[in-house]
Write a protein of this length. Structure first.
Lengths: 148, 127
């Protein structure tokens, strides 16, 4: 796959054009990635509204029927439900890691086994999240798809 | 589904090996064929019961482990009465055997999980 970058002063927003002979898995992955960057979610923090790009999100958690979005260092709240966000973000590298959490696999740093038969995923910002063992297979599958 | 079936057969195999060792200790010379199928049936019930208990996703590890143990051993003791296992084994020996089987299965499960974790960490590095 060749990458060509053109610096154009006449356009406002960057545009991505993908030229392909056949719509292969790799082409689809590039499309999903680009869509992911562009996919934004409206949320709030301290009374102010923000639009967060999916690629900046580390994980999303549902607590007491409220949905919280975590980026590298901040927490936001959104009116969308976890299940809606999971559907929206499943093709841009988000995977369910517990009953109440979905995670962006791009932010994964490592996975550790804890003594109480739970697992901990460590993110690139150093944060650790407890995950259930039964979601390990899903994490593995998403990583395999992204690495192909 | 395939992995579940393989796990049940693995548990049954471990059960029959441990049962054979206990039988040898008591100078037995054979195991009945129906024991093989009884072991398979009980192991299948234990496996699916533990699977359903795991789905409940307890916050406390000891509570979940305790419930799984009580369920497994309870089931074995009940089926021991139904299949007449107490004619050749005491309740104590059956309980100890059950604990040994569950321990071996837990050990194998841990080894398998550690393998998966290693694979995932490698996939993360290859990203």
């Amino acid at each position: 796959m060749h990458l060509t970058l053109k610096n154009r002063q006449d356009i406002e927003n960057p545009a991505v054009t993908i030229e392909y002979r056949e719509l292969t898995e790799n082409v689809k992955r590039v499309c999903d990635f680009v869509r992911g960057i562009d996919k934004t979610i409206l949320c709030k923090r301290d009374g102010q509204s923000y639009s967060i790009s999916a690629s900046d999100i580390y994980y999303i958690e549902s607590v007491d029927k409220k949905t919280f979005i975590y980026d590298k260092s901040e927490v936001y709240q959104t009116n969308l439900r976890l299940i809606e966000l999971e559907e929206m973000l499943s093709n841009v590298g988000f995977v369910r890691v517990s009953k109440s959490t979905i995670l962006n696999v791009e932010t994964l740093s490592s996975v550790k086994n804890l003594a109480n038969s739970k697992l901990e995923v460590v993110l690139t910002n150093g944060e650790g999240i407890c995950v259930s063992r039964k979601y390990l297979k899903d994490i593995r599958e998403v990583l395999i798809r992204r690495n192909r | 589904m395939r992995k579940n079936i393989l796990n049940i057969f693995a548990m049954t195999g471990i059960t029959l090996v441990i049962l054979s060792l206990v039988a040898l200790y008591y100078n037995a010379t054979f195991l009945c064929l129906d024991t093989v199928f009884q072991a398979l049936g009980v192991n299948a019930l234990i496996y699916f019961g533990i699977f359903l208990i795991s789905k409940l996703d307890f916050s406390y590890f000891l509570l979940e482990t305790g419930i799984k143990l009580i369920y497994s051993i309870g089931l074995i003791l009940i089926f021991g009465m139904i299949f007449g296992w107490y004619e050749s084994l005491s309740v104590t020996v059956l309980t100890i055997m059950s604990l040994a089987i569950l321990f071996i299965c837990a050990l194998l499960d841990t080894i398998s999980i550690n393998g998966e974790i290693k694979e995932i960490n490698q996939l993360i590095q290859d990203k």
